[in-house]
Structures are given as structure tokens and as C-alpha cells.
Design a protein around this ligand. Structure first.
Ligand code: ARG
Length: 466
């Protein structure tokens, strides 16, 4: 009996004769990670207890005593004085057992009309509600910071890329606001997931509902849930809301990771579009000249675990028969890890961007390589009546000529251009100037300064609303 503990002492020990294997006890316990749900668990229990009293299932004196005990446990947990025990398996039983020490046998009445199966769903839903609120707050901060950077650097032109080849000049602000659009969609996704998180499962009990005349609406109201679950089996078996949370998180990390990739590139000496502050970079232990963009690299790297967490959760759920299965205890670590990772990444990213210095690129450098305004040259010919396909061909020849002569488009003289096409005139040079190229993209959603300014105004207003 050396490696056995006495199962008859457990809260569920009644039907057990033999003890739990010691390794099994640790193996099946979730307290090491679900202890972080203590405040949600207590909040849920207090509401449940009040409801039981209002429905006259327990007396009001009993309810008061239990609630006082729970509040004391909350303080003990908050102050780090609560002793969590693996033998008590999970957060629910740790709290109930402590409650029994404080208020005596009436502690056992708290679990009337409830099971750990609906209790744990409630706890996760309460936890995720708060996490979504925090993440949405972080997303808002990030968007505000990016809009402020866009506003401050409104004149700043950078090369826009496709295939990581210089394509057309764009405003840096336009590029940054592209990410704001993504982040706002991410915010919407979280808020949408919130609607399905925000459903109260308590009262479903183990799977079938309960024999007691409870009023689930009272509990829902006390816990500020606008809706209660409609099917007790679904309620205890459902983790869709958790998968949706992880899915929204995976998308936001994918966006952050792309952005970080650009920051790493922009911060390189080859690009030199940006200088990250010392606060968000680190040195090399061997190469003294190095200033590495670790924050951006780590965020890019951490996207992997967040994607993994989504896959873990989906895989964990995919073969489970209704209703609750112990497998579902494995839902928590991916959830906690996802939320922690997303929150810290959003915060670090925002601060990294706020402290970064964007280095203006001189017009001559923008002109010097990549033929950024070649499309404008073709469009110029179209304005002169040349069909676009021919204009494309003529411009291609012009670029080829430049490459032979080692010249940029703006280096060419009018006679040189006219040798390629008689349609070129002296107004061509203004047409292919970088800033004119940008300002002519004056379509809604385009990179012209006027359009980008309008978006800054729109986004600033939008971000002021809750
Ligand atoms: N620790 C469990 C979990 O996280 C709580 C629910 C346990 N229910 C049960 N019938 N064993 O899933």
C-alpha cells in the first residue's frame, strides 16, 4: 500500500475500497494549472449558492455562511496563502474541501444541483470573458499606437513590395494602416466569439440537468450572462467557444508574425527603414556590433505555439462521445497558454513600435532602384492614348534600356525616351516623380495622402468608440 493514497477520504470516495495509485493521482490531477481559475470558481459558487437560497433549496443562513467561507478562501488565494493539494485533484475540490474546514459539513450543500462538469464549463467561460476583454483592450491600444505613428509619418514614402520585389511607392502610413485593418478584424472576431462564450451552463449538472427546482436565470443574472444554455448535454460537452477563442488568437498571431517579419527585414542594414530602440533589442554575446530584433523574432516564433494550441484543442475534442469526458481536462493548458501569449505579444509589439524610429528614405534613393514608377510610366502613355498593353511593352523596353545604361527612369533624357516612343513628352517627368505617383493613387482605399488622411480620421473615430 506504499504508493497508494486513501481514496475513501476523497470527495468522491464513497464507492471506493482501494486507494488511488500515487502516480495516477498526480496524472489525473489538474490543480497545477487549473488553480488559476480560483476566482472564477468562487464567483460561480457564490452565485450558485445565492440562487439555491432564493429557490429555498438551502436556507438563507446556510447560504450566508457558505458565502462568507468562500470569500475567505478568495482572500487566501489572492494573498497566496491557500495550500493547493494534488490529492484534491482540481480547483473545484480544493476549494470545496477548504470550505468544509471553514464552515463544516454544510459546505457539502454547495454542490447541490451542480456537477464539476457544468462547474468547469462555467469557470472557463468566466475566465475567457475576462481574457477577451483584456485582449480587445490590447488590440485597441495597438491600433491607436499604429494610427498615431501613421499620422506622425504621413509624408514618409517607402517602396511597396510584391514577391518581395520593389513594386510601387506607397506611404509608410498606408502600410501600417493595412495592419490596423487586420487587427480590427481580429478584434471583431474576438467580440464575436465573446457572444458564444457568454452563455451560462450551470444547471446542466453532470449531463442531464437536475432534480432540484433551481432557477437558472437567477444564476445567469448574478453572473451577468445574457443567455443560458438550452441543452444540458451540449452545455457540458461543448468547447466550441474555446476553439473559437483559440482560432481568433491564431489569426491575430499570424498577423503579428507577418508584421514582425517585416520589422526584422526593415531593421536590417540592407533595408534600414527603421531602427528599433535598445529597449526591444538585445546584443550578441560574441559579435559586439549586433543589435538583434529579438522582440519581433520572438513574437514571430510564438505564433507557432498558439497555432499548436488550436490544433491541440480540436484534436482533443474530435473523437469525444457526448457528454463530458476526462480528456476535456486537457483543454485548459492550451487555453491559458494562448491567452497569456497573445496578451504579452500584443503589449510588447505595441511598445516596440512606439519606441521605434522610422528612417525617412530620400526620394533619390527611392528612384535609384526597382523602377518603382514604371507602372506610372505605362499609365502616362495610356493617358496619351496608347492602349495599356502597348504601353506596358514600351515601358518594358524603357526599363531594359535603363538596365543596359545603368540608369534610373528619372535619369533618362527626353530624347532618349522619344527614341523608344514618340508619345513621350516633357510632362512625363512630373508624372513619374515618386510623390506624384503616390498622390495619384487617389481612389478610395488607395495610398494617396488625401485617402490615407481620410482613413486616419475614420480610424481615429472608430477607435474612440468602445
Ligand atoms: N478537472 C476537471 C476538468 O478540468 C473538472 C471536471 C471533472 N469532472 C469529472 N467528472 N471528473 O475537466
Amino acid at each position: 500500500m506504499k504508493n497508494k493514497t486513501d481514496a475513501s477520504k476523497k470527495l468522491w470516495g464513497g464507492r471506493f475500497k482501494q486507494s488511488t495509485d500515487a502516480l495516477m493521482e498526480t496524472f489525473s490531477a489538474s490543480i497545477s494549472f487549473d488553480k488559476r481559475l480560483y476566482d472564477c470558481d468562487i464567483e460561480g459558487s457564490i452565485a450558485h449558492c445565492k440562487m439555491l437560497a432564493r429557490c429555498k433549496i438551502i436556507t438563507s443562513a446556510e447560504s450566508k455562511k457558505i458565502i462568507k467561507g468562500l470569500q475567505r478562501i478568495l482572500r487566501e488565494c489572492d494573498e497566496g496563502r491557500f495550500e493547493f493539494s494534488v490529492r484534491l485533484e482540481d480547483i473545484h475540490m480544493n476549494i470545496e474541501s477548504r470550505l468544509r474546514e471553514i464552515v463544516g459539513p454544510i459546505a457539502g450543500k454547495l454542490h447541490t444541483a451542480r456537477s464539476r462538469n457544468d462547474q468547469v464549463c462555467l469557470d472557463i467561460r468566466l475566465y475567457l470573458r475576462k481574457e477577451v476583454e483584456d485582449i480587445v483592450g490590447e488590440l485597441n491600444n495597438m491600433c491607436k499606437a499604429l494610427v498615431a505613428i501613421a499620422k506622425k509619418n504621413i509624408d514618409h514614402v517607402i517602396p511597396g513590395y510584391t514577391h518581395l520585389q520593389r513594386a510601387q511607392p506607397v506611404l509608410l502610413s498606408h502600410h501600417l494602416l493595412a495592419y490596423v485593418e487586420m487587427m480590427l478584424r481580429d478584434k471583431e472576431r474576438f467580440l464575436d466569439a465573446y457572444k458564444r462564450i457568454n452563455v451560462m451552463p450551470l444547471g446542466s449538472a453532470a449531463l442531464a440537468g437536475t432534480n432540484f427546482p433551481i432557477d437558472r436565470k437567477i444564476t445567469a443574472k448574478l453572473l451577468r450572462f445574457p443567455e443560458i444554455s438550452h441543452n444540458s448535454m451540449d452545455a457540458v460537452a461543448d468547447r466550441d467557444f474555446a476553439a473559437e477563442f483559440c482560432s481568433a488568437a491564431a489569426l491575430v498571431m499570424m498577423h503579428l508574425s507577418r508584421f514582425c517579419e517585416e520589422i526584422v527585414i526593415w531593421n536590417s542594414s540592407e533595408f534600414g527603414f527603421l531602427e528599433l530602440s535598445d529597449a526591444f533589442t538585445t546584443g550578441s554575446s560574441i559579435m559586439p556590433q549586433k543589435k538583434n530584433p529579438d522582440a519581433a523574432e520572438l513574437i514571430r516564433g510564438k505564433s507557432g505555439r498558439v497555432f499548436g494550441n488550436l490544433v491541440s484543442l480540436l484534436t482533443l475534442m474530435k473523437g469525444l462521445p457526448l457528454a463530458y469526458n476526462k480528456d476535456m481536462q486537457e483543454d485548459k493548458e492550451p487555453l491559458f497558454d494562448t491567452s497569456e501569449t497573445v496578451k504579452v505579444c500584443l503589449r510588447i509589439f505595441t511598445d516596440m513600435m512606439k519606441s521605434a524610429k522610422f528612417i525617412p528614405i530620400a526620394t533619390k534613393d527611392l528612384e535609384a532602384s526597382g523602377f518603382l514608377t514604371a507602372t506610372d510610366l505605362a499609365d502616362y502613355l495610356v493617358l496619351k492614348g496608347v492602349p495599356f498593353r502597348d504601353a506596358h511593352e514600351i515601358t518594358g523596353k524603357t526599363v531594359a534600356f535603363c538596365l543596359e545604361e545603368e540608369k534610373t527612369l528619372t535619369d533618362l533624357s527626353l530624347p532618349e525616351l522619344r527614341k523608344i516612343s514618340k508619345r513621350f513628352d516633357k510632362d512625363v517627368f512630373a508624372h513619374i516623380a515618386i510623390s506624384n505617383s503616390v498622390d495619384r493613387k487617389n481612389v478610395y482605399g488607395g495610398t494617396a495622402k488625401k485617402q490615407v488622411r481620410a482613413q486616419i480620421t475614420r480610424l481615429t473615430k472608430k477607435l474612440k468608440q468602445k
